[in-house]
Design a protein around this ligand. Structure first.
Ligand code: SF4
Ligand code: SF4
Length: 231
């Protein structure tokens, strides 16, 4: 059946009329900032204090776009007679965001919580070579990472928090001055204690006082009873 002349125009006008009455969803960026979910995968932040240069993230990255350089440093023995240790020191940590596909594998595999997602997204460049960001920039993005969501009510405390609290309590106990009782407190406590009449106890009445010599015991140099006159 041949289309009715002008029906296409009428359909188009109907769509226009329908959408004209709806609220616009277009945001006037950059005047209006988008309201992004907190876990948005915008960019990767590096908390380099946690990084032990284990290289897991660089090895697991499917795009090979993480570049890490390091050197070894000798750490003196912690105790006299102990062994020296060596540790890796980070020299370079860079991510090429022109290659990164935002899969998040590097963040998942990092065993030391050194990589995090930040919702920051305004790092477009006009030259693709400028999309390789070094550790200082990655560290700056670390401070835009949102705090983790609160635990469920009644959930077990994370073991990292429990260990940190235990260490803090131990340090506070070591630094606290020893508890000293004031003289007034000691006097008050002494006044509260019941006084016992002397000679009332079984120990005092039954047992001879150690500083008094027994009457029937010979003094040194005197003959024992029964030995008198035998010499
Ligand atoms: S998000 Fe994926 S592609 Fe990007 S650096 Fe990490 S592992 Fe590589
Ligand atoms: S996996 Fe984590 S700790 Fe290991 S090199 Fe990468 S960021 Fe550093």
């Amino acid at each position: 059946m041949a289309p009715i002349p002008g029906s296409g125009l009428a359909k188009g006008l109907a769509v226009t009329l329908r959408t004209m009455t709806k609220k616009s969803v277009t945001a006037q960026y950059p005047d209006a900032q988008p309201d992004l979910p907190p876990r948005t995968r915008g960019v990767i932040g590096l908390f380099e204090e946690n990084c032990t240069v284990c290289m897991l993230c660089a090895r697991e990255c499917p795009d090979w776009c993480i570049y890490i350089d390091s050197h070894k440093e000798t750490v003196p023995a912690a105790t006299p007679g102990g062994r020296e240790r060596s540790r890796n020191v980070l020299d370079r940590f860079a991510i090429d965001f022109s290659l990164c596909m935002y899969c998040g594998i590097c963040i998942e595999v990092c065993p030391f919580d050194a990589l995090f997602w930040s919702p920051e997204f305004e790092y477009a460049e006009t030259d693709i070579r400028d999309l390789t960001h070094e550790r200082d920039k990655l560290r700056e993005w670390m401070w835009t990472v949102p705090a983790p969501p609160a635990l469920d009510p009644g959930a077990e405390e994370p073991k990292e928090l429990a260990a940190a609290r235990k260490t803090a309590d131990k340090l506070a106990a070591q630094l606290a001055p020893p508890a000293t009782e004031s003289h007034a407190d000691e006097q008050a406590r002494a006044a509260e204690q019941p006084t016992r009449p002397q000679g009332d106890s079984k120990q005092q009445t039954d047992q001879p006082k150690s500083d008094q010599p027994k009457s029937d015991q010979p003094k040194p140099g005197q003959p024992k009873p029964g030995q008198e006159g035998s010499a």
